[in-house]
Design a protein around this ligand. Structure first.
Ligand code: OFO
Length: 175
């Protein structure tokens, strides 16, 4: 059984994950408009991953006898000055999400809610990967800065990204 405080916090994170998906969908549209389909595909895949993250929270809340309470999702920004600026925004956003996950872990520890703490550890590890992945793209973008055609080569690489449905729970939230 979840405490009322924990149930509210987990529902808040569910909304935050859906917002992440909405943000990356907005970035996908931005990259399409810049004629960078590989970057757009990367963003669309990340959007799917974020929806999966949200559904992990959804399923977990229900599995603990909690009640789902959906919140409004903020409007994401729709424009960036460059691919580099967009990925710096991705990294800043993921760092924010990392802090949110850590706050949830702190709450679970404070409440001696070991089940929630164990569930959250997957997200702790995932955030390490997400930050690393954004940092790598930033590094690559900096490398090709000023090199004509460099961004199009990177775009090809980004287009090779594949969706990993990340098992555990109901992948993609379709069940
Ligand atoms: Fe980007 O990992 Fe969830 O939010």
């Amino acid at each position: 059984m979840l405490s009322e405080r924990m149930e509210k916090a987990l529902n808040g994170q569910l909304a935050a994950e859906l917002y992440s998906g909405y943000l990356y969908l907005s970035m996908a549209a931005y990259f399409s408009s810049e004629n960078l389909p590989g970057f757009a595909r990367w963003m669309r895949i990340h959007r799917l991953e974020e929806i999966t993250h949200g559904m992990k929270f959804y399923d977990f809340i229900e599995s603990r006898g909690g009640r789902i309470s959906l919140a409004g999702i903020d409007m994401p920004p729709g424009d960036w000055e460059s691919a580099l600026q967009a990925f710096e925004a991705v990294l800043a956003h993921e760092r924010k999400v990392t802090l949110m996950i850590h706050d949830l872990v702190d709450l679970a520890i404070e409440e001696k809610d070991h089940g929630t703490n164990s569930f959250l550890q997957w997200f702790v590890d995932e955030q390490v990967e997400e930050e690393e992945s954004a940092r790598n793209v930033i590094q690559n973008l900096k490398r090709v800065e000023g090199a004509p055609g460099g961004i199009y080569m990177l775009d090809k690489e980004m287009g090779a990204a594949v969706f990993n449905p990340q098992p555990a729970g109901i992948a993609g939230g379709v069940g």
